[in-house]
Ligand binder design. Structure first.
Ligand code: 7PJ
Length: 281
């Protein structure tokens, strides 16, 4: 299965890596580092060399408690970077945003995938994404980044997250977005306790079974800190372990800061998964 990302392709016939490029001054793990377009391009080129198949650009931090950014500021942050990346990279660029105006400007600047932590629920987002014609990643979040870690409760977290995502996919289909242009993401860390996150990963195959490619973002997240008591800069090995668990269960895309380490780990995982099925091995 190959996704057409505005002319650049993302081949999902094996698990792929989405490299994270934050252009925010306040992101929790790499805030402020890649703010200038030249630095952003340099970092993105490193990630592509290390094995990233798509680069995700975000201009609004969605870490717990983060303040919202206004539309004009977000556009000003991300557009120069997307233009530079689109020109410099063979791989597609995705835009991590909740705002229709940012989606529009980003796709005009060359972005080939919309990654929305709000699953296109903002007024106008669904119609905008459908009109832009690029693939979309729909993520589950309970509440907003300001409120999401205030005692999230679920009756059955796997069932509720899966149900929400399948409903949002149906809304996309009704709006005219093709079925093969939709990815789903359970949204690790977005309005979930540590137990909720662990259960969602333990049972990720339930979401995979719905037939859409699944994206998982676990890199450096607080669930690692909560289980192991490690600070953000010590979460590489456990983050790679979580990526392997996600791929083992059928995840199609791993969103990570740590591309090189994740690439070999998930390739090995996939080799075991495919053994005896792939005529090449
Ligand atoms: C995710 C995301 C994620 C998708 C962020 C961080 C927080 N988009 N944007 N999935 N997380 N699709 O990078 O830790 O998990 S921002």
């Amino acid at each position: 299965m190959i996704l057409d990302c505005a002319g650049k392709s993302l081949d999902l016939s094996r698990p792929r890596i989405m490299g994270i490029l934050n252009v925010t001054p306040d992101s929790f793990s790499d805030g402020g580092e890649f703010f200038a377009p030249e630095r952003a391009v340099e970092q993105a080129l490193h990630m592509v060399e290390a094995g990233a198949a798509i680069i995700d650009v975000g201009g609004e931090s969605t870490r717990p408690g983060a303040e919202p950014v206004n539309e004009a500021d977000e556009i000003q942050r991300v557009i120069p970077v997307i233009e530079a990346l689109h020109a410099a990279l063979a791989v597609p660029v995705s835009i991590d945003t909740r705002k229709p105006a940012v989606m529009q400007a980003a796709v005009q600047a060359g972005a080939g995938l919309i990654n929305d932590v709000n699953a296109l629920q903002a007024p106008g987002a669904l119609a905008t994404a459908a009109a832009l014609g690029v693939p979309v990643c729909l993520m589950h979040m309970r509440g907003t980044p300001q409120t999401m870690q205030e005692q999230p409760e679920y009756r059955d977290v796997v069932e509720e997250v899966t149900g929400f995502l399948v409903d949002r996919a149906a809304a996309c289909l009704a709006a005219g977005i093709a079925r093969d242009r939709i990815l789903l993401d359970p949204g690790f860390g977005f309005g979930k306790t540590t137990l909720h996150n662990l259960l969602l990963l333990q049972q990720l195959d339930t979401l995979v079974a719905r037939g859409y490619p699944v994206l998982a973002g676990l890199s450096r997240k607080s669930l690692i800190g909560n289980v192991l008591g490690l600070p953000v800069d010590k979460r590489l090995y456990p983050g790679v372990a979580l990526a392997v668990i996600a791929v083992w269960q059928g995840a199609a895309v791993i969103r990570t800061h740590d591309v090189a380490a994740t690439r070999d780990a998930i390739a090995m995982c996939q080799a075991v998964r495919d053994a005896g099925r792939d005529p090449g091995l």
